[in-house]
Ligand binder design. Structure first.
Ligand code: ATP
Ligand code: FE2
Length: 328
């Protein structure tokens, strides 16, 4: 069975074409375009316009890459939430059009769960704790008693947002995460920042403010280094607590910030120390992508889930633990 999945929760519009044969996940194509604001943060309507503009091109590109006929597609999946309203509605509209034109079923996928499912499919882990770290989201998710549950999350901004905002203030291009990673490698001096873990939750805005205060006094490389070390240690602490609590021995990374090699190293060390296994899919599947939506759509569809067109209304605040899990 072949599914075309559309991702459009925030700044990325992506199309993935994925084939499922048995339990095997075969990625036929995974194409995306990212909206980069010239200055300031993401403007939801501008991001949506960007998605409208690029959709036709990436649709053709993905079909070409997959080397299929558009009629070979059996299912249309799209990111139904959570995310920015105008972006979500753009992806949903495109999905509805394709579903009607091709006369194929449509299914709306929870974005956070898609990050987890693509990680499971590509790395071979079975029942992991997912540390999902992106621009807008920072969550520790695990499967328990029939649902994916959020064990911990950010109380204010996402970790990626913290990095991007800091980067913007010091003149780094968007997205700043990868730039900060490079600069941090040169840092040597650890500057004390307000490490903030509350139970299994984390908070980043105090650290962001503290870093901005340091800009005039300290070297940028030392600030970037300290920013990463502090935030990533916090994430390791809450991920470890969730593993202990759920008694799971696999940790999986997801979300754009998980591309960071230092974060990967810290989480890997934590896992090794507790004799657990560490998993991380390739970068292309860590960042927002259409393939994860297509794959999760296939899992949902094969387990018997169906959605009427009227049920495809987007859900901006769609929570991970609201999703009915029929495929596990
Ligand atoms: P979501 O909608 O799930 O919140 P998103 O829109 O933020 O996702 P992603 O592609 O998952 O999109 O993540 C983008 C974020 O990842 C940006 O904040 C970016 O700075 C960060 N990022 C990317 N590469 C790195 C890196 N090497 N180190 C740290 N952060 C990174
Ligand atoms: Fe994401």
């Amino acid at each position: 069975m072949i599914c075309l999945g559309i991702e459009g929760t925030a700044h990325t519009i992506g199309i993935g074409i994925v084939e499922k044969s048995g339990s095997k996940c075969n990625i036929l194509a995974n194409v995306s375009r990212m909206y980069k604001p010239e200055k300031g943060g993401i403007h939801p309507r501008e991001a949506a316009n960007h998605h409208v503009k690029h959709f036709p091109k990436i649709l053709l590109e993905s079909i070409e890459k997959a080397d299929i006929n558009i009629k070979d597609i059996d299912l249309i999946a799209f990111s139904i939430g959570p995310g920015l309203g105008p972006c979500l509605r753009t992806a949903a509209t495109a999905a509805r059009v394709l579903s009607l034109m091709l006369k194929k079923p449509i299914i709306g996928v929870n974005h956070c769960i898609a990050h987890l499912e693509i990680g499971r499919a590509l790395t071979g882990c079975i029942d992991p704790v997912l540390l999902y770290v992106s621009g807008g989201n920072t969550q520790v998710i695990a499967f328990m008693e029939g649902k994916y549950r959020v064990f911990g999350e950010t109380l204010d901004i996402g970790i990626g947002n913290c990095l991007d905002k800091f980067g913007r203030e010091v003149g780094l291009p968007f997205p700043a995460g990868p730039e900060i990673e490079k600069i941090a490698r040169k840092g040597k001096k650890y500057l004390s920042l307000p490490y903030s873990v509350k139970g299994m939750d984390v908070a980043f805005s105090g650290i962001l403010t503290a870093c901005l205060h340091l800009v005039k006094k300290e070297k940028l490389e030392d600030i970037c280094y300290s920013l990463q070390e502090t935030c990533f240690s916090m994430l390791a602490e809450v991920a470890e607590r969730a593993m202990a609590h759920t008694e799971k021995d696999e940790i999986l990374l997801g979300g754009g910030v998980a591309c960071n090699k230092r974060l990967q190293e810290i989480i890997r060390i934590m896992a090794t120390e507790r004799k657990a296994r560490f998993f991380c899919p390739p970068n292309e599947f860590l960042v927002d992508n259409g393939a994860m939506i297509a794959w999760t759509g296939l899992l949902m569809h094969e387990s018997g889930m169906k959605m009427k067109l009227e049920e495809t209304k987007v859900r901006q605040n769609y929570r991970t633990d609201e999703v009915e899990i029929t495929w596990r």
